[in-house]
Design a protein around this ligand. Structure first.
Ligand SMILES: NC(=O)c1ccc[n+]([C@@H]2O[C@H](COP(=O)([O-])OP(=O)(O)OC[C@H]3O[C@@H](n4cnc5c(N)ncnc54)[C@H](OP(=O)(O)O)[C@@H]3O)[C@@H](O)[C@H]2O)c1
Length: 433
């Protein structure tokens, strides 16, 4: 029986070093649980000198570092390749090479899995090896395993999650301090919670990758990044946060998927959720995924969506799963779960309630006019708050009842071309009660 399992780590950055650290820190327990030692035998890294120093600090032989992929792959005793380089070009090439040479692969790469997941999973299947990617969705929260195994008895009615720590941090701070978006973004960047180029996070694209991956698993049908409707938090203003608060809501950037009439609806956008919703209490950089299964009902999974050790925790769990499969001679049993081919639901068919913040003419009859235009498109108003005007203009905060987005958008176009409406400052979807 094999007693040592060799791991090669590509990319010794935040997650790579976190993974190596956990393998060393918890070595005894991991060895006991798997009845075999999991040993880092090879590291591929561009910054060779820094990687050597980092490995030495955690007690790993620095001589195993190389910047040459062929040398990395031919290290003695290499069984499992862990890809933590990131990006979709080199990482894809290396993962395919590793799979095609019969090595199982563990990755945290959401960008890659959301775009090329099928191709990579097919390659793993053909080579009868594992390709695992737990850390690619919600970092340390073990949601992929939950969806694939622990909730397998269920049909997933919907999932909705806070899947990006940066945006959750910004929205939490805006809520707590009534702060300005740009000021808090700058602070988040200074604290290392937001990238220098924050587009992927605040634009919702990072969360969209995770929705694509998780929806593919939840609905057994391939959902790619292009299938996910995306809207970011750039337009959220302190006035929206305050208005939401007054009306009993908080604003979160949510990744949502559900199946409606045989179609998969996948989207990421800011949403006003009631303060009593379990996701409303998830603050700062934390992530959480709320899942509604038709047998289990409501469940929620909470934790750190990023960071060296939290993400490394999910990577090491995947490594341990591969080791178990190797020991039992069952590598490659968990292939692609997308055996269906369901259509993607168009945005115009989404059903939502909407919040609008509008600047309108401060004169009698304007509210009736707005209600009439909405009514022409089957949109009914659930509540209206009017800020005191100055006899020239007033600010209106409206929440509609549930409506098809196509109808709502047509009404919005008409409103925007109405003389009494000076501007629609923001529109945010509102969770159904
Ligand atoms: N950070 C998180 O909390 C987190 C959470 C969930 C998932 N992930 C995913 O985990 C992966 C790694 O993220 P990370 O934050 O650890 O990134 P990172 O800190 O930038 O680490 C990546 C490392 O790989 C190195 N590298 C890049 N290209 C290489 C190449 N061709 N050959 C050898 N080394 C190369 C980089 O070196 P240079 O710096 O010199 O380029 C860097 O040291 C990404 O796919 C990311 O999306 C990260």
């Amino acid at each position: 029986m094999k007693k040592q399992f060799g791991v090669g780590i590509m990319g010794l950055g935040t997650v790579g070093l976190g993974t190596a650290t956990i393998l060393m820190k918890n070595k005894e327990t991991l060895t006991g649980r798997r009845d075999g030692e999991i040993k880092v035998v090879s590291v591929l890294e561009k910054r060779v000198d820094q990687a050597k120093k980092d490995l030495e600090k955690i007690g790993i032989d620095p001589a195993i570092v190389t910047d040459d992929f062929e040398r990395f792959m031919t290290a003695d005793g290499l069984d499992i390749v862990v890809e933590l380089i990131g990006g979709v070009t080199v990482a894809k090439e290396y993962i395919l090479k590793a799979l095609n040479s019969g090595k199982s692969v563990v990755t945290a790469n959401k960008d890659l899995m959301a775009i090329h997941g099928k191709e990579l999973l097919d390659a793993a299947e053909q080579n009868k090896v594992d390709l695992r990617f737990e850390a690619s969705v919600a970092g340390g929260i073990p949601i992929i395993n939950v969806m694939k195994h622990d909730l397998v008895a269920n049909e997933i009615e919907c999932f909705m999650g806070i899947m990006n720590g940066t945006t959750n941090y910004i929205l939490t701070r805006m809520y707590e301090e009534n702060g300005d978006f740009n000021d808090i973004l700058k602070e988040a960047q200074a604290l290392g919670y937001a990238e220098a180029d924050p587009t992927a996070d605040i634009g919702g694209f990072d969360a969209a990758r995770k929705v694509a991956i998780l929806a593919s698993i939840a609905y057994n049908s391939r959902v790619t990044l292009d299938d996910v409707f995306v809207e970011g938090i750039e337009k959220i203003d302190a006035r929206d946060i305050a208005a939401a608060d007054n009306m009993g809501y908080v604003i979160k950037l949510l990744g949502i998927a559900q199946e409606v009439d045989g179609e998969i609806e996948a989207r990421v956008h800011p949403m006003m959720i009631p303060k009593k919703h379990p996701l409303a209490a998830v603050g700062d950089t934390f992530n959480a995924v709320f899942v509604h299964g038709n047998a289990v009902g409501e469940t929620m999974f909470y934790g750190r969506g990023a960071g060296d050790l939290p993400t490394g925790s999910a990577v090491v769990a995947d490594i341990c799963a591969v080791v178990s499969h190797m020991k039992n001679g069952v590598l490659g049993i968990e292939g692609c779960t997308c055996y269906l081919n369901k259509p993607i639901r168009a945005q115009e068919n989404f059903i939502s309630k909407f919040y609008l913040r509008m600047c309108v003419k401060d004169s009698p009859g304007v509210l009736a006019l707005i209600a009439k235009i909405f009514g022409d498109y089957g949109v009914s108003i659930a509540s209206v708050i009017q800020e005191k005007g100055d006899h020239q203009q007033a600010e209106l905060f409206i929440i509609t009842h549930s409506v098809r987005e196509g109808e709502f958008m047509k009404a919005k176009e008409v409103l925007m071309n109405t003389d009494a409406v000076y501007g629609i400052e923001n529109i945010i979807r509102v969770e159904k009660d």
